[in-house]
Design a protein around this ligand. Sequence first.
Ligand SMILES: CC(C)(COP(=O)(O)OP(=O)(O)OC[C@H]1O[C@@H](n2cnc3c(N)ncnc32)[C@H](O)[C@@H]1OP(=O)(O)O)[C@@H](O)C(=O)NCCC(=O)NCCS
Length: 172
Amino acid sequence: MTDLVIRPATADDANAMFALINSHVSEGHLLPRELNELARHADRFLVACLPSADPSGGAPMDLVACAELAPLSAQVAEVRSLVVNRDVRGVGLASRMVNEIRSAAKSRGYETLCAFTHDARFFVRQNFSIVPHTWLPEKIATDCLTCPLFRKCEQHAMMLALVDVPRYAAVA
Ligand SMILES: CC(C)(COP(=O)(O)OP(=O)(O)OC[C@H]1O[C@@H](n2cnc3c(N)ncnc32)[C@H](O)[C@@H]1OP(=O)(O)O)[C@@H](O)C(=O)NCCC(=O)NCCS
């Protein structure tokens, strides 16, 4: 994928992100997103684009992946809405997106990156660890308390430290 471009999203990408995310919701791993929310928070997203498979359609590039770096507090940010188009899976694109998200999070001063998922395997491959949900009170306060699936969502809380002495480091 030498023609692949990974770049920050703009509000102009909102329609394509909306289509990409919502067309993969039925796989059961993603929450649906609203178009106006994606446009409002476009600057939180990274997108990956490839030269269009059908340039006659007007757009020179196809948006094939996206991921959001969503702030939960000054210290903690969450990877949300990570999705790669089915046609280009299995070649390391999501890993590259998570690496870029990790660099962006670090340069913005976050100490911890987290993710919530039903299937931990991908994030384990990216060096995240499964942790108790109570290690991420920011997430509980921001989203869980108002969620109808609170205490029964069955998602794994995953955490990756971005600093040398992470929260909950073992005390000798
Ligand atoms: C999960 C997803 C983002 C992975 O995208 P991808 O570009 O195919 O992933 P990569 O090619 O970067 O895979 C990286 C590693 O994770 C592994 N992996 C990827 N998807 C996996 C899955 N569903 N289960 C287990 N392992 C998986 C790969 O085998 C690879 O392992 P390796 O490092 O040993 O080679 C993609 O399948 C997707 O969009 N799924 C639907 C939405 C979703 O589940 N989002 C994430 C949860 S919020």
